[in-house]
Design a protein around this ligand. Structure first.
Ligand code: SF4
Length: 264
């Protein structure tokens, strides 16, 4: 049965976790599905991040076609651009991917099981959707690792709030992948973040607590949407970076409640 509600995107879920009101704006935004696309064209950091994602999407497909597998040819499978920062991203990525390749006993495991995978889960009231950058098989196991590319200094997993937010983001994907039984023979057990800006890689185990927390937040969201409850503001320093700052006027306490049933 088709519901009247739009599917909840991972970015909307994350905005709800940060500020309920921001989610309300985003969910009602006519550009909900394209949200962030314009910034990706004009903001140099976002543009760079998008180009990195695009290059990585084709990287593995191109590299496995190379007969003379070497670090040199691996670099050729990534672009050389006019942007020196982006070239630095690619040089470093080759270093870490080459190291991963040389350390593997079974070289077939180097190629990801999924690359830029769009995922969608039918849910009872409101569906869920997301986009996973990459999924690797953990060598010698039947376990999987979700890999995310996060370019930018702010994505430093050594900061406590970043780990929490990454657990939520990955938890969202895991719940969808498990529900749709995308990989029935495998278990998703880890996540890895690759940040070419600060040249770091983090690997973390997925905890059942973070998956439970995703479900709890999702239920709260759905309940608030279908009952038309008030979405409180979370006023803080991040308001300055919020796309809805002007409409929101964070220091003004408003009592308006959006009827999602009518608004969508
Ligand atoms: S400006 Fe601040 S309070 Fe308002 S929606 Fe954005 S994050 Fe929330």
């Amino acid at each position: 049965m088709k519901t009247k509600y739009k599917a909840i995107r991972k970015s909307a879920f994350m905005s709800f976790k940060h500020c309920n009101k921001q989610f309300e704006y985003l969910y009602n935004d006519p550009k909900y599905w394209d949200y962030g696309t314009k910034e990706g064209e004009t903001d140099i950091k976002k543009k760079r991040g998008n180009e990195y994602h695009n290059a990585m999407e084709t990287f593995f497909d191109q590299v496995i076609k190379i007969e003379n597998f070497s670090k040199y040819f691996m670099r050729l499978a990534l672009p050389n651009t006019d942007d020196e920062t982006l070239n630095r991203y690619f040089d470093w990525t080759v270093e870490i991917e080459w190291k991963r390749y040389t350390e593997l006993e079974n070289k077939d495991n180097w190629n990801p099981i999924a690359n830029e995978l769009k995922i969608y889960m039918k849910d009872l009231v409101i569906d869920r959707t997301g986009h996973v950058d990459r999924i690797d098989i953990i060598p010698g196991t039947k376990n999987l690792m979700i890999v995310e590319y996060k370019a930018g200094r702010s994505y430093d997993m050594e900061k406590a709030d970043r780990i929490t937010s990454m657990n939520a983001e990955i938890g969202w994907y895991v719940q969808i992948l498990n529900a749709v039984k995308e990989y029935p023979e495998y278990k998703i057990t880890h996540w890895k973040v690759i940040n070419p800006e600060i040249q770091k890689v983090w690997i973390n185990k997925i905890s059942p607590i973070s998956l439970k927390s995703v479900e709890k937040t999702y239920s709260t969201m759905v309940n608030m949407i279908i009952k038309g409850l008030k979405f409180p503001k979370n006023v803080g320093p991040l308001c300055d970076y919020c796309a809805y700052l002007e409409e929101c006027d964070p220091y003004y306490e408003d009592d308006s409640v959006v009827d999602f049933g009518k608004a969508i």
